[in-house]
Design a protein around this ligand. Structure first.
Ligand code: TRP
Length: 362
């Protein structure tokens, strides 16, 4: 059985299997106006209930996009970057946007105090998100620990689910995680307390259990709250440079963090798994295999915006004209540019962040 667990590091070998096993919709970029790079290239590969979101965009009706920041380590990763890019997309297409700091969850599951969580969100995470393009002026920020409505929702939701159901969704259950998951369901539905409207939660595929739980809860509380079940987009993982399916800090030589010193990153890129052949001669004769190459995957997911430019690299690799050494040098240049820009924007955003106000709750 394919088990997806938001706290583990389960690898997804075949995204098609996941779609079938969990009854997801295959993502169709044609539903949406001006799909972004991730949507066009199948990095967003699945969704739940995306038609209402597409309709709201088309008819300019109200909908929201929401996500949470996990304020643990002062680094983010490519998975976070994809979520921010999806938030930006929906923000630009009319969504009311909510970004919360999951300080309660961080305290319950990661041993980060509420005070530390708040500090690291303000000093690093929120600026990092702004550096990646989120517009703070159009975003509502709140801290879970200060949002009484969310906490009350979580308590009410606790009555709607049994331990066995929780285990069936998550594969395991411990009290901290149960609290975290119910609080997250509270976050996801909180924007609808004023008015029930569709909402979309962009997540990595490992977060699907939270989406399923929240959709169940929305339907079980229909008579009291009348929430619309939340929609979701799912992104694939950015693979580890050694070819494993998910980049992870547990293997630092194959993991790129944001920010990270470009010199170190370039060294890691040099050792990345490619689809290169055993010898130069062979590669010139047979061509490379971009579909097996982690460098190409980085281009596709993150480093190259222009589809034609990406296609050209693909063709040049396939035909044996482009060799891996040269290609890695190119990736190093693009990555260096990306990191330098990110650091610069981060410094700018840190200044802006002083003006950010978390929602105040009485
Ligand atoms: N659990 C998420 C994480 O580990 C953080 C989170 C809290 C969240 N509430 C949310 C994500 C609501 C999406 C929607 O990163």
């Amino acid at each position: 059985m394919v088990l997806i667990d938001p706290w583990g590091s389960v690898l997804v070998r075949d995204y098609e299997d996941v779609i079938k096993a969990f009854g997801l919709e295959t993502f169709n970029p044609k539903l949406f106006p001006k799909p972004n790079r991730l949507m066009r290239r199948g990095v967003i590969f699945a969704g739940r209930d995306l038609q209402p979101i597409a309709n709201a965009i088309k008819k300019k009706e109200k909908f929201y996009a929401l996500t949470g920041i996990m304020p643990s380590a002062e680094k983010i990763h490519f998975g976070n970057k994809m979520v921010v890019e999806m938030m930006n997309y929906f923000q630009e297409h009319g969504a009311k946007t909510y970004v919360l700091v999951a300080d309660l969850e961080a305290a319950a599951t990661r041993g980060v105090s509420i005070e530390e969580a708040r500090k690291s969100a303000l000093n690093f995470h929120i600026p990092a998100w702004i550096a990646l393009g989120l517009d703070p002026k159009k975003t509502t920020f709140y801290l879970q620990s200060e949002n009484k409505d969310v906490v009350h929702l979580a308590y009410n939701f606790a009555k709607k689910i049994t331990l066995n159901e929780f285990k069936a969704i998550y594969g395991s259950a411990d009290p901290g995680r149960i609290m975290g998951a119910l609080t997250q369901a509270g976050d996801i539905l909180y924007p609808q307390l004023k008015q029930a409207i569709p909402g979309v939660i962009p997540v990595g595929i490992d977060q699907d259990p939270h989406i399923r739980l929240t959709r169940d809860i929305a339907s079980r509380t229909k008579s009291s709250y009348g929430f619309v079940a939340p929609s979701a987009t799912f992104n694939k993982f950015t693979p580890s440079l050694d070819g494993e399916l998910k980049m992870s800090k547990s293997k630092p030589a194959s993991c790129i963090e944001l920010p990270e010193d470009p010199k170190i990153v370039c060294k890691k890129l040099k050792n990345a798994l490619t689809g290169g052949r055993d010898s130069v001669d062979e590669q010139k004769k047979l061509g490379g295999q971009p579909e097996k190459c982690m460098i190409f995957e980085l281009y596709k997911q993150h480093l190259i915006e222009d589809d034609k430019e990406l296609q050209k690299i693909y063709d040049n690799c396939k035909s044996g004209r482009l060799l891996c050494g040269e290609d890695k040098q190119h990736a190093c240049e693009l990555m260096t540019k990306f990191m330098e820009k990110f650091e610069k924007e981060l410094a700018k955003a840190r200044k802006k962040v002083k003006g950010i106000k978390f929602v105040k709750f009485k």
